[in-house]
Design a protein around this ligand. Structure first.
Ligand code: GLY
Length: 392
């Protein structure tokens, strides 16, 4: 069958975005170098991170590895390697490292190793995997999320409680570091920890309608289930859209690595919930699918992560079913790009519209550019172009 009007329109959009991406990323790479960006400053430009242990520090090298893979331009590789060397120091500070070792080292060291076979990068990736595996709570059968003592600032901020017993939906995206280590070492231990965590997340985080808790609290000593604090969304029982997107993509990735069909079912269940919600907001996700009608606040990061998750699901189903997920991904990407993209190569960052958490009295974290919105946009565009480096 020939190309229909909708497919042609999607293809033309994709070609246009890819061309703009090449220009923007070349300029950014030359300007930013081995600084590690998060969000542009008031001057519209990226500045170096003030916290080398920050959870988002892997996304810049992750973007550069994607661009190196797509274009073969050595400038991307040189900068990505420089950033990776800077990140190594955090592996010597286990008390500063939470579950985000996956985000930090899959997109830097493991991406490097997958692309170039570099043995030092492999060593760093394996060290990160060992530290992530060590966060597993044997009684609760989950990977502990955040760092800090029993009475921590973060625990108080998120509704009270002892964060030593907290698991969060975001961790689903860190599990691929463990799947990778198991495969690399031909040792099932890491994979078993990842699967056990994912099963606990299915049981306690995902609700029957496909919505998710952000946080689930267990007693850290006995593993007994306690409750579900509100987290970064609107509140307890609500539905934080980035958390939903981590669920869609995270469970789809657990399916890819294990072939356990229940993980694909869970990914679809969460995907259908997200699609249903975005279909009534012009394909843009609210910060929380259960936020009050006013004020309207969006999160572009949830959009692009969800799109990547839908494309991952599309890769595991028959062609007739894949069309549904691919078309939904296009609708989300196109809506997000139309509303939030800035392709001017003289300014840093592509997407604005990222919201870090719902309750933001300063407004500084609401609908702003956030580095990982760009990472997932690039990943989605390159995947649709057949030029993506698999980084998970
Ligand atoms: N993983 C932290 C967040 O999504 O905000």
């Amino acid at each position: 069958m020939g190309e229909g009007a909708a497919e042609r329109s999607n293809r033309e959009w994709l070609e246009g975005v890819y061309d703009k991406l090449l220009i923007k990323m070349k300029a950014e790479c030359a300007r930013v170098g081995t600084d590690i960006p998060y969000s542009p400053g008031e001057d519209g430009m990226y500045h170096d991170t003030e916290d080398i242990t920050g959870w988002t520090n892997g996304f810049w090298p992750g973007m550069l590895w994607q661009m190196y893979h797509a274009t073969g331009d050595e400038a991307y590789r040189a900068v990505a390697e420089g950033v990776e060397r800077r990140l190594e120091v955090v592996l010597n500070d286990p008390e500063a490292l939470g579950h985000d070792l996956g985000f930090m080292f899959l997109q830097s060291s493991v991406a490097n190793y997958r692309k170039t076979g570099d043995r030092e990068a492999r060593r760093r990736g394996l060290l990160a995997a060992a530290e992530l595996a060590a966060r597993y709570n044997l009684d609760g059968k989950f990977i502990r999320a955040w760092v800090g003592p029993r009475d921590s600032e973060q625990g108080r901020k998120m509704g009270g409680g002892d964060i030593r017993g907290w698991m969060i939906i975001d961790s689903m995206m860190n599990l691929p570091l463990l799947y990778w280590a198991s495969q690399e070492l031909d040792d099932p231990r890491y994979c078993k920890i990842a699967v056990s965590h994912a099963k606990t997340a299915q049981q306690y985080i995902v609700r029957p309608d496909g919505s998710c808790n952000h946080i689930v609290a267990f007693d850290p000593d006995t593993g007994e289930y306690l409750n579900s604090p509100g987290g970064q969304g609107y509140g307890q029982g609500s539905s934080w859209s980035r958390g939903q997107s981590w669920a869609v993509y995270g469970f789809a990735l657990s399916y890819r690595h294990t072939q356990d069909p229940s993980f694909l079912d869970t990914a679809k269940q969460c995907a259908h919930y997200c699609i249903a919600n975005m279909a009534v907001t012009d394909w843009l996700p609210l910060v929380d699918y259960r936020q009050p009608a006013q004020p309207v606040k969006y999160d572009s990061t949830a959009a692009v992560i969800t799109a990547c998750g839908l494309l991952e699901i599309a890769g595991h189903v028959e062609e007739n079913e894949a069309r549904f997920y691919t078309e939904a991904a296009y609708r989300i990407l196109r809506a997000c790009e139309a509303r939030f993209a800035d392709w001017d190569p003289a300014r840093d960052s592509i997407l604005t519209g990222g919201t870090y958490f719902y309750h933001d009295p300063t407004g500084k974290n609401t609908e702003v550019p956030i580095i990982y919105a760009d990472y997932f946009l690039i990943e989605a565009v390159l995947r649709l172009k057949g030029k993506e480096l698999f980084e998970w």
